[in-house]
Design a binder for this molecule. Structure first.
Ligand SMILES: *Cc1c(COP(=O)(O)O)cnc(C)c1O
Length: 401
């Protein structure tokens, strides 16, 4: 008898994705092919902001699919125009902002690279600064912005002109000069283990990039769309970038990405310089409109902030936990030993989905809709997983000499 794992190994590219065969979801629960339920506190990696099967999502997909799903980019659609205006308003771009709609985070960031190149073309500069620890995507362009040897080395040569610096204010001050065309950064590095930029970093970055005529481009694919309790993480810092990218939670599970520009950066693209067949299609746009409207009218960002605080406090006393990082419902839980992989597996065995972006960090990114019941259940299951792994770690006195 062949199993689904056999099918996956035979038919899918060998890239992972074998933890379970998930067949159904509702709220913050998903079920596998054997009817086992899991509490989903990863949310499709910070994607399923309304959980699974939310009526607003289901209704928007169904209604728009029956009305108008796709048109070529020779045409505009009401859903696309509504989404662009909404994103400008939420980002606070004012009149001069503009929006390009894509289908994923990497595509939004590809558009940002081309924006930087167009800016460079006007100023004669080519150098793009990125930060060590960054993750900007897996396409060859965005991979070039992601300074991690294991990801990059098999695919060299990559894009030229990209320089990685440490995410410190000192490194920033040393690196930003008149040769720099753009600085591209995540306000909180999600894939690195939910690592926020140092205090004051974005304000200093804004100051230095403005002074040297470079663009400040923020990758808010993971932190945006309300994930941190603000629509955009940069809004916590009181600055405005030249451009920001979104994806993940923006469609609550429908594939969609966006590049939003501010001020003069809005005039860089012109007809023929960029586009996408699927980008900005009415179906994806209508779903994002419905999702963002629901978050706004239900005041879900308040829930994101409150549940985030509740979770950070709740995990404080659990075994192995040394602290938490992040904001809102993007939380990195740091551990006293490099056992995040074991903790993730122990959680999975107990019906809890989390992930381990680093050896000593567990990440959670649950739905914006979670309530007391989900938080309580998470704390029980996660506490049990931590205790089980802690019991396997020899205490110093038991360690043989
Ligand atoms: C996930 C992620 C991306 C890539 O998004 P895809 O939709 O997988 O292409 C880019 N940047 C950040 C910060 C991300 O978290």
């Amino acid at each position: 008898m062949t199993t689904w794992q056999d099918d996956a190994s035979r038919d899918l590219m060998s890239l992972g994705g074998r933890l379970a065969l998930l067949t159904r979801g509702e709220g913050s629960s998903v079920w596998d092919d054997e009817g086992r339920r899991y509490l989903d506190f990863l949310g499709g990696i910070a994607v399923n902001g309304l959980g699974h099967g939310h009526p607003v999502f289901v209704e928007a997909v169904s209604r728009q699919a029956a009305t108008l799903a796709h048109v070529s980019n020779y045409f505009a659609s009401p859903a696309q125009l509504e989404l662009a205006a909404r994103l400008k308003r939420l980002a606070g771009t004012g009149e001069s902002g503009r929006v390009f709609l894509a289908n994923s985070g990497a595509e939004a960031n590809e558009a940002a690279i081309k924006l930087a190149r167009l800016h460079g073309g006007k100023t004669g500069k080519t150098s793009i600064l990125v930060l060590n620890g960054a993750f900007h995507g897996r396409t060859t362009g965005t991979l070039s912005l992601t300074p991690k040897a294991a990801y990059q080395d098999p695919f060299r040569p990559l894009l030229p002109g990209i320089r990685a610096i440490d995410p410190t204010i000192e490194a920033l001050e040393a690196a930003v000069d008149d040769t720099v065309v753009a600085l591209i950064a995540e306000p909180i590095q999600g894939e690195a283990g939910v690592v926020p930029l140092p205090d004051g970093y974005l304000a200093r970055a804004r100051e230095l990039t403005s002074r040297h005529g470079a663009l400040l481009i923020l990758d808010e694919v993971q932190t945006g769309s309300g994930r941190t309790g603000e629509w955009f993480a940069f809004q916590r810092e009181g600055i405005a970038p030249d451009a920001v990218t979104l994806a993940k939670s923006i469609g609550a599970g429908f594939p969609l990405g966006a590049l939003i520009t501010f001020g003069a950066a809005s005039d860089l693209f012109s007809p023929g310089t960029h586009n996408s067949t699927f980008g900005g299609n009415p179906l994806a746009s209508a779903v994002a409109n419905a999702v963002l409207d629901h978050i706004e009218t239900e005041g879900l960002l308040d829930n994101v902030a409150a549940r985030g605080a509740q979770l950070r406090e709740g995990v404080g006393g659990l075994p192995l936990v040394t602290g938490t990082r992040g904001a809102g419902l993007l939380i990195g839980i740091t551990l006293s030993a490099p056992v995040a992989g074991e903790v993730r597996a122990a959680a999975h065995e107990r019906g809890l989905i989390v992930n381990a972006p680093a050896d000593d960090v567990i990440r959670i990114a649950p739905a914006y809709t979670i309530g007391d019941a989900e938080v309580e259940e998470f704390l029980v299951l996660f506490g049990e997983a931590l205790a089980a792994v802690a019991a396997t770690i020899p205490t110093p006195t038991e360690t043989p000499a």
